[in-house]
Design a protein around this ligand. Structure first.
Ligand code: SAH
Length: 382
């Protein structure tokens, strides 16, 4: 019988596992605490369990881990990027983001803000959505991460950094809603077993409508962010192909529905592109939106990446200059909107939003040889 991996199993799954090996139900909770709270990586460490039980567990099960390949810290702001290798040799990145800088963010200096340490996790190897501005898109989609691999990003970064992580964002590589079950299981494990409350966990989606509805119906306490970027339907379809499948009208309807069911405000993420979505009419549309859907806005500076095919729309996308960005934010706030501005954390190490991509070198010819990089060099089809 092959051994099963216990990491990534929820409490009820661990209880089921205990029964399946002829142990009592309550052993499931003991395993849950050892795996997630006490961060055991072997059965020998589980010293509250008898030696014969530990041996029995080791014979039936295993505890998988992802492996650190490289760690890079930003000289500018302390953001740290971790590159991990999975058991099949594929690679993903996670980013540890220090407290928000005071940049444009009122309240950024308050005590809670200063203690905030956010981990940004990946949910897929690559991504299928092909957003024109995003580095991960260049990888295509290789596969979904397992619950174990998602939870382990947090376990490993805690261990490697020795720090208390207070917040979690699902904004790394991949589209969380396209790996819904593993993502939700991971949030359940983390919020109940690893001291990060559900309200400190945010899932970000490019707009996968049916799963937003499911999330609303399930009554989970985690927070939702939606990558909006423009309120012009045609422009959004050019920017994000997902908009052809789920157009803005459907997306905004489901966000309204989400608010109706959960009474939680959604955060709209909005990357500012110079002369493209930072004009007067864009401001007007955003302000109008905030009158119909209770929401917050997260303004994101565009982190230029080198595009594989710098043609079409991506050639036209440039960051909005600093001053114009400040003006845009000021105008939104004047209209009583709640606006955050994401700092350019980790830009010098390509660890900023949308800069995560792992280069797969000449995949077809040398399947095992994979080298990492950040986005400055891209996967070139062999
Ligand atoms: N697929 C999900 C989560 C991953 S992307 C989503 O689309 O929301 C996380 C955030 O980074 C999204 O808001 C995305 O729009 C933003 N992002 C992607 N590429 C970026 C870039 N080059 N510069 C700034 N933000 C970027």
């Amino acid at each position: 019988m092959s051994k099963v991996n216990l990491k990534g199993r929820t409490l009820s799954e661990l209880e089921e596992f205990s029964l399946s090996i002829g142990e009592q139900h309550y052993r499931g909770k003991q395993l849950f605490d050892w795996l997630y709270m006490k961060e055991a990586s072997t059965f020998e460490e589980m010293t509250t369990l008898s030696k014969p039980l530990r041996e029995k567990l080791a014979a039936a099960a295993r505890i998988d881990s992802i492996e650190l390949v490289e760690r890079q810290a930003s000289h500018e702001d302390g953001t740290t990027k971790f590159l991990f290798e999975l058991s099949d040799g594929k690679r993903i990145e996670s980013v540890l983001i220090p407290p928000r800088t005071a940049f444009y963010s009122p309240g950024a200096r308050n005590e809670e803000e200063q203690k905030r340490l956010t981990l940004c996790v990946s949910t897929q190897v690559g991504c299928a959505l092909d957003c024109t501005f995003c580095a991960t898109a260049s990888m295509g989609i290789l596969r979904n991460l397992t619950t174990s691999e998602i939870v382990d990003q947090l376990l490993q970064v805690k261990k490697l950094s020795g720090k208390r992580i207070t917040n979690l964002v699902y904004m790394g590589m991949g589209e969380p809603m396209m790996n819904y079950d593993s993502v939700m299981n991971s949030t359940e494990i983390i919020s109940t077993g690893m001291s990060i409350a559900a309200r400190r966990i945010t899932i970000s989606t490019a707009g996968w409508v049916p799963k937003i509805k499911q999330l609303a119906d399930e009554g989970r306490k985690i927070k939702l962010a939606v990558s909006l970027h423009t309120l012009d339907d045609t422009a959004r379809s050019n920017l994000m192909p997902i908009n052809r499948k789920f157009p803005l009208s459907d997306l905004l309807d489901v966000v309204k529905y989400y608010y109706g069911r959960t009474k939680q405000r959604v955060t709209f993420e909005y990357i500012l592109f110079d002369g493209w979505n930072d004009r007067e009419e864009d401001l007007r549309q955003l302000i109008k939106l905030s009158k119909t859907i209770p929401c917050k806005i997260n303004i994101i500076p565009f982190h230029s990446i080198k595009f594989i095919h710098p043609t079409g729309i991506s050639a036209k996308l440039h960051p909005t200059p600093h001053r114009r960005m400040g003006e845009f934010v000021r105008r939104l706030r004047e209209a009583h909107m709640t606006v955050f501005v994401r700092s350019s954390a980790g830009e010098d190490i390509d660890a900023a939003c949308g800069q995560l991509a792992v280069k797969v070198e000449r995949r077809q010819q040398q399947p095992r040889k994979m080298t990492t990089v950040s986005t400055t060099t891209h996967y070139q089809p062999a």
